[in-house]
Ligand binder design. Structure first.
Ligand code: DON
Length: 304
């Protein structure tokens, strides 16, 4: 059996010493307050054995990691109808770029870039009775943890500086690919991104993506086909213009957030979450990526 704890301890020891930790995101002012010295990692295997190191129980802003959870909920509600409004091709562009959106007449390349996530948010605003409350309930339910919550300060902070997302939402609206009004969709989106979770909670919430759609309590959230499709989208689009590099170095479906978190899954084996707030030039956690590369290399396990 793979000695995950030993491998994770070695990864933590290496990352703790690292001087080059990347740069903490500051375009959402509230995120700039987080110390780049933080590092946490948590892995849960298929049999629910847990392995962790560092600040694995410190909550952080999950940001774009939430896009996978909103996609999962939207998929479970409207299934393939979603694909009429958002494509599933990698963009090769940074997460907030808008040029392709205009070229492609308001159909975002994929659900994990900001424009695609806004379309998914629009679907949830239309489908849910009380969108923010119901989405939070879904995330709490997945992770079986009532303490998970929005961070209102982060949501407000992003609203104040979210000019690019306002531009994306307005562009989508101008192409008829946003049903609800811009303010309502952005309010939902800023809140979903503001959710604070720690590495342990994230591995619980992402357990269904490695376990054929079933959570740790064996409740089914997604069909096998939906899990296959969402994992494929994570692999090809989860790291934006660094998705190729992530597949090349790490070889797992995963998703990053500008809060410095990354979640990745090895189907039927494990789910892992890592957090280090300093980002690389592409906006993904610098040490987080290095840690996951060490994990898949040391374990000789990846989807390839
Ligand atoms: O929309 C934004 O810019 C942020 N709420 C989320 C961006 C993000 O996390 C990109 N991922 N690495």
């Amino acid at each position: 059996m793979t000695d995950y704890q030993n491998i994770i301890d070695a990864i933590y020891a290496g990352c703790r010493e690292s001087r080059d930790r990347g740069v903490v995101a500051s375009y959402i002012p509230e995120l700039a307050k987080v110390s780049s010295s933080k590092f946490g990692i948590h892995l849960v295997d298929l049999n629910k054995n847990n392995f962790c190191a560092g600040h694995s129980k410190d909550a952080f802003s999950i940001q774009s990691i939430s896009k996978v959870l909103s996609l999962a909920l939207a998929f479970s509600l409207v299934d393939n109808a979603l694909l009429k409004r958002v494509d599933v091709e990698p963009s090769g562009d940074p997460f907030n770029h808008l040029s392709l959106l205009e070229f492609e007449n308001g159909i975002p390349r994929n659900p994990l870039i900001n424009a695609g996530a806004l379309v998914v948010a629009d679907i949830l605003v239309s489908e849910l009775d009380d969108p923010k409350k119901d989405f939070l309930h879904f995330v709490r339910d997945l992770a079986n943890d009532r303490t998970i919550d929005f961070d209102e300060k982060v949501a407000k902070s992003e609203k104040r500086t979210g000019f690019k997302n306002y531009a994306a939402a307005n562009l989508l609206k101008s192409y008829g690919n946003l049903t609800n009004d811009v303010e309502t969709v952005l309010d939902f989106y800023f809140h979903q991104c503001s959710i604070a979770m720690d590495c342990v909670q994230l591995t619980k919430a992402f357990f269904p993506f490695m376990n054929g759609g079933k959570c740790q309590r064996n409740r089914t959230y997604l069909t096998l086909s939906q899990v296959k499709r969402i994992n494929a989208i994570m692999l090809t689009c989860g790291f934006y213009d660094e998705a190729g590099e992530f597949a090349f170095e790490i070889g797992l479906p995963g998703k990053s957030g500008v809060g410095g978190g990354i979640v990745a899954v090895l189907p039927r084996k494990y789910c892992v979450a890592v957090w280090s707030p300093g980002l690389n030039a592409k906006g993904n956690s610098k040490l987080g990526m290095e840690a996951l590369e060490k994990l898949t290399t040391a374990t000789h396990q990846s989807i390839f």
